[in-house]
Design a protein around this ligand. Structure first.
Ligand SMILES: [Zn+2]
Length: 292
């Protein structure tokens, strides 16, 4: 189940420390992001002492606070490629997608890099105030954005989209489905966004009915996962289908199948079915059922 928390920071708040993050007795672990790509130096982040951090001459506003653990502050910085090349003349670095970082750095690093990836995108998408159109200012230590117009000062906080994902069961079978544009043979659980005026349980009921035409009962929360690639908080449920007959909504779902544990294994072995990657919540939901 630990894969579920790959993208979640375990040490966001250090209760022992004060809030002064720029101090000479602290160490900094700095991650850089350039145009949505993470910078890795020999597949590592950059460790710096306070004076080394100062030498980089990066504006305070370009830093993101990602977390703190003992005397180490985890920071992110959004810089241009030109600046990075100028600062690290002698170092070799590579630009890596967040997904690819999963296989290159430790799980703890992935969680900080996920926060950096999320915050950078959120900041770039909110450069201007939605109320008055003035420029926004990013408060990098407490992660909020505020309108620079003194008569407005509208504040916004990071936004995530709640999304349900459902392990649908019927006797000894579960339902797996695939969308049209997915990789060949990839099947997963039914999922969908919460709409306004809906509880999570209502979303579960609506999505199952909309996508495969079935009614659900015994809806039960299992676990959740922050998914940085699309700003989602994935909320995992299990539920029992009242019937096995499907009415597939072809505009959303290409195929849906009921499988027993043995059938799932056999399809996987014959390479006729691929399950979501280990770090996806769908993988944990299916594994949860396989172990039951
Ligand atoms: Zn404003």
């Amino acid at each position: 189940m630990q894969n579920l928390y790959l993208f979640s920071i375990k040490n966001k708040i250090d209760l022992q420390s004060n809030h002064n993050l720029f101090k000479s007795n602290l160490f900094y672990e700095l991650s850089f992001i350039v145009k949505n790509k993470i910078i890795l130096f020999n597949n590592k982040n950059c460790f710096l002492k306070f004076r080394e951090l100062k030498k980089l001459k990066i504006k305070k506003e370009s830093f993101y606070f990602l977390g703190k653990k003992d005397k180490t502050v985890f920071m992110g910085a959004s810089v241009s490629l030109r600046k990075l090349k100028a600062v690290f003349k002698d170092k070799v670095f590579s630009l890596v997608n967040l997904r690819d970082c999963i296989n290159l750095v430790s799980n703890e690093h992935v969680s900080y890099l996920s926060a950096l990836f999320f915050l950078e995108r959120w900041k770039n998408e909110n450069k201007f105030c939605s109320k008055c159109g003035s420029k926004n200012k990013f408060n990098n230590l407490t992660n909020y954005i505020e309108c620079k117009n003194k008569s407005c000062l509208k504040r916004i906080f990071p936004k995530i989209d709640p999304t349900v994902i459902i392990l649908i069961k019927n006797n000894d079978k579960i339902l797996l489905a695939r969308s049209k544009n997915w990789k060949q043979n990839l099947y997963s659980c039914i999922a969908g966004f919460c709409e306004p005026n809906e509880s999570l349980e209502q979303t579960v009921i609506r999505e199952a009915y909309e996508e495969v035409g079935i009614k659900l009962k015994n809806i039960n929360y299992l676990f959740s996962q922050f998914w940085p690639f699309a700003n989602n908080l994935m909320v995992g449920f299990e539920a029992i289908s009242c019937s096995i007959k499907l009415k597939i909504n072809k505009s959303e779902i290409e195929d849906a199948i009921w499988v027993t544990k043995e059938e799932l294994l056999s399809l996987k072995n014959k390479k006729k079915l691929i399950l979501p990657k280990k770090y996806a919540i769908a993988h944990s939901l299916i594994a949860h059922w396989q172990k039951s």
